[in-house]
Design a protein around this ligand. Structure first.
Ligand code: NI
Length: 240
């Protein structure tokens, strides 16, 4: 009997010894998602980092989902720790101006300053420079396109909106987001809307259940061969 127990203990000891380190401690780097082979959708969060960004990042991490954040320089400056975390956790960072003015009302030097100051703040916070521009309100014209070209950035708009800023309702945000989610979608959301952050666990689970991979904008546009100054998706009537 005692011998039986001791051999069980020996087996238990071996099991303990052989138990690998927790996956999170040293997870191997996964192969990148190929959006030509699987269904992809890019969730994008504008105007942040908002005050709920930490909770949002926790959710994304929990479900192994990536997102793209089009950041305002003024909030990068006041909440740099979120920006650092976004980059460290594999999310993409984009430039959404410093203080969110309508670029059409600005002089060209002011537009350049809005973009440059934001690039500088993001670089300072996270050590990376955004390669994508989303002008406030999605207002892109030829002047903005020319300036984006100087910065080496394509302009990224969206294919569908969650309308979260309008409804501010968890169920409505979820419904709208799932409605506009199609393979290759770029969806507009905001991390300053608390209900969006509250809805995220359910949205991510539903999308993944439908077979979607939540990826960055760069993953989605990989094969579009976008050049600096290009606008994607191309707005109706756009001519360059
Ligand atoms: Ni905005």
């Amino acid at each position: 009997m005692s011998r039986h127990i001791s051999s069980l203990l020996a087996i238990a000891a071996v099991c303990v010894t052989l138990t690998p380190a927790p996956a999170s401690a040293q997870a191997p780097k996964k192969a990148p998602v190929d959006c030509t082979q699987v269904k992809c959708v890019a969730l994008t969060f504008d105007d942040g980092p908002g005050k709920y960004a930490g909770t949002l990042l926790d959710t994304l991490k929990k479900y192994d989902a990536k997102a793209t954040f089009f950041l305002e320089g003024q909030y990068v400056k006041s909440r740099p720790q979120f920006v650092k975390r976004m980059a460290a956790e594999g999310h993409e960072l984009g430039n959404h101006s410093y203080k969110h003015p309508d670029f059409r009302t600005l002089e060209t030097w002011e537009i350049r300053a809005e973009i440059k100051k934001t690039q500088d703040e993001i670089k300072k916070a996270a050590g990376v420079e955004p390669k994508l521009l989303r002008p406030p309100y999605g207002m892109a014209d030829l002047t903005v396109s020319e300036i984006a070209t100087e910065f080496g950035m394509p302009i990224i708009l969206w294919t569908g909106g969650s309308e979260d800023w309008k409804t501010k309702n968890v169920e409505a945000i979820k419904k709208k987001t799932l409605e506009v989610a199609k393979p290759g979608s770029i969806i507009l959301m905001h991390d300053w809307v608390k209900q969006t952050v509250d809805a995220m666990p359910s949205i991510v689970k539903s999308l993944q259940k439908k077979g979607y991979h939540l990826v960055t904008v760069s993953d989605i546009v990989k094969n579009e061969n976008l050049q600096p100054g290009d606008v994607f998706p191309v707005p109706e009537g756009w001519e360059k």
